[in-house]
Ligand binder design. Sequence first.
Ligand SMILES: [Zn+2]
Length: 454
Amino acid sequence: MTVETFHARQALLAEGWAEDTRISVQDGIITGIESGVAPAEGDQRVDHLLPAMSNHHSHAFQRAMSGLAETRGSGTDTFWTWRDVMYRFALAMDPDQMEAVATQLYMEMLEAGFVQVGEFHYLHHDRDGRPYAEIGEMSERLVAAAEATGIGLTLLPSFYAHSTFGGLPPVEGQRRFICDPDGFARILERCRALAASRAGVNVGVAPHSLRAVTPAELEQVLAMADGAPVHMHVAEQIKEVDDCVAWSGLRPAEWLLQNAPLDDRWCFIHATHLTEAELEGLLAAGVHMGLCPITEGNLGDGISRSRAVFEQGGSFGIGTDSNVSISIPDELRQLEYSQRLTHHNRAVIARQGASTGRELYQGARAGGSAALGVSTDLGAGAPATFLAFDTAREPWLQRDRLMDRWIFGTALRPDGLWVRGRQVVRSGTHVERERIEPRFRATMTELMSVTGLI
Ligand SMILES: [Zn+2]
């Protein structure tokens, strides 16, 4: 039995900022929180303490191509040209390389302040498209990466079967993603077995998108969900919306509103191109809006209706998706600025008189965690998972000013981060960085060579 105590000069609790807060922790779980008390001998002292962020959407292997898909091609560069580079990496990576890339990525997420990641995982099979001897091999590697770094992992194995609407056969570049319902059930079973034996791992299901899944298959996958989170890419691209209309006469969100049992277990990833009526229907059903602002900007997807989501009290989170950049302030700033530029206003995602930085952070934290079926709230009985900032360098940045400085200012990162009572980031750096980074560097050298990018 390990008992520890923390003392925060300022702590962001559910009811707001509290001074002189003492948090007692036993075996990684918070046993008590008390404010207005002086520090005692043996307390681990921090300056500002915050509940930590969830990242609801990641494709870990894509971290390898960060910075490698920004050269303009001939003609117009689009999502679809980016996808060609992505497939080169997807087809090249073996399980060891996957683990090395995911470990580096999860370490970077923790350094950024993310403590939980939703891994929307579709790179299931061997390079020739055949299942590995252990069909969940790649899922196991993701779990190993999470364990090596300490990040909480929501495994979202993806069902992917077709190249586009109408159940068309997959293309060659998709061969590692493809499952039939039986194969998917075996992967899901393996993921659930992995989660059952580990703290900090839970499992949902991810029918990839309406273009990759037929209505009959969607029904089969949902029957396997068993009350767990359901994540799906929806209405990311205008072409996808147009193709869906050509197939069914309905837009993707419209089709799902009419044909799927939507509720608050569902997270629509992107949900960029929605009509007012679609958004209203989705929020009434409790569907989470799985925003990925940096990736949507990087891919030129479009601008979400986030102001309306916020004003109508909808649930939203942030996901790093393509993992081109790992940063909470960059995600939230991109989200807010896209709305400012659209509506010609300032401080869009905030109630009157409130700090935009804090409202963005707390909104995305609560929504992202709910979408992953976890909680990152601070309270008795919750995991002792939180981050800390030291404001000694800029002492005028207290409480909400710190939040606004972090989200809208330059290069501030959490000084410390604890997951289930264990400190994994110290002075801004992951405690295992020296061991993790060389392996990633060696792996990238191999991958650059096999993908033909050097
Ligand atoms: Zn995605």
